[in-house]
Design a protein around this ligand. Structure first.
Ligand code: NAP
Length: 295
């Protein structure tokens, strides 16, 4: 039987509707407009598109957005000074530094300079540590989005075998940390696989829930999963262009073959992708409330 398709576009629409109402209430009751500042260094076309999308969604939800586009040759000191200024700005509740940064800028130093209470990307070591000890404040947006997709699609994680392929700091490690917590909507048995894993298929075949965050087109094939598995495909891999010049994107799993075997699966595009920006907006709203002491 063909798998249920987990529609990230629809779920992210629902969350944005909820956020819109919450933002309107914050404005009406407390005079708060959640504010997000983005910092973009250089001319990377993909980064420009991402920052533009973030700005657009901010505005559509009634939030305040501020965009700082800096030249490729800006000094690290200038970037740090801007972060410091935004840390102190009461209009700004969330700060996002678009990665990657040019090589002459130490990304770790810049990310650590963001006040943890404005770190809506959840990359600051304080927020990483809080997630690991089970007291999260800001969870990185993509794994947070994956968790929300599972919850809102009625996928029960408790006691399940979850296999995460990929151990990056932005996807693999944080989603593993979310799902292994002794908490509602988690409490799974989590295995993390990577390039050092011997016999990847022996692990993926055991998965009740498989999360692929690899960055390799169709790396997970149908013979590597069991019947009824729930598959979350995080990968976004351009594999060419249509005759009209549109990019063709595929995930990290062989969607067409696996959907005949899986219980549920996220498509690419339209699965995890739309959730990431939505969760950034949610984190910014949460940051605004936190900074004003609103529950
Ligand atoms: P990354 O930093 O490159 O990490 C990839 C991980 O996959 C690494 O841990 C690597 O292992 C592991 N890996 C690579 N090849 C493997 C193989 N053959 N077998 C087992 N493990 C393997 O990537 P990322 O930033 O996590 O992103 C992963 C994918 O998700 C990319 O396609 C990216 O574009 C996409 N993504 C999408 C969103 C979204 O919003 N939808 C957000 C973030 C990322 P090692 O650690 O051993 O090298």
């Amino acid at each position: 039987m063909a798998a249920k398709i987990i529609n990230g576009t629809e779920i992210s629409k629902q969350i944005k509707e909820e956020l819109k109402q919450e933002i309107a209430q914050l404005k009406e009751k407390y005079g708060i407009i959640p504010g997000l500042a983005t910092i973009l260094v250089g001319e990377d076309p993909a980064s420009k598109v991402y920052v533009g999308q973030k700005e657009k969604v901010c505005n559509a939800l009634g939030m305040y957005s501020e965009r700082h586009d800096l030249p490729e040759n800006v000094s690290e000191e200038d970037v740090l000074a801007l972060v410091e200024k935004l840390n102190k700005d009461p209009k700004i509740h969330g700060i996002l530094v678009q990665l990657p940064l040019p090589k002459h800028i130490n990304a770790t130093r810049v990310l650590y300079a963001i006040d943890a209470i404005k770190d809506v990307d959840g990359f600051h070591p304080i927020n990483v540590g809080k997630l690991v000890i089970g007291e999260p404040t800001f969870v990185p947006c993509t794994p947070n989005g994956i968790h929300e997709l599972l919850k809102r699609s009625g996928v029960d994680v408790e006691g399940k075998e979850v296999v995460v392929v990929g151990r990056s700091n932005i996807v693999g490690k944080p989603i593993a940390n979310i799902l292994l917590q002794k908490a509602k909507g988690a409490n799974a048995t989590v295995t993390i696989c990577h390039t050092g894993t011997k016999d990847l298929a022996s692990h993926t075949k055991r998965a009740d829930i498989l999360i692929a965050a690899i960055g390799k087109p169709k790396a997970i094939t149908a013979d590597m999963v069991k019947e009824g598995v729930v598959v979350i495909d995080v990968g976004v891999n351009p594999i060419g262009k249509t005759p009209e010049g549109k990019r063709i994107l595929v995930g990290d799993v062989d969607f067409e073959a696996i959907k005949e075997k899986a219980g549920a699966i996220t498509p690419v595009p339209g699965g995890v992708g739309p959730m990431t920006i939505t969760m950034l907006m949610k984190n910014t709203v949460d940051a605004a409330k936190l900074q004003r002491g609103i529950q």
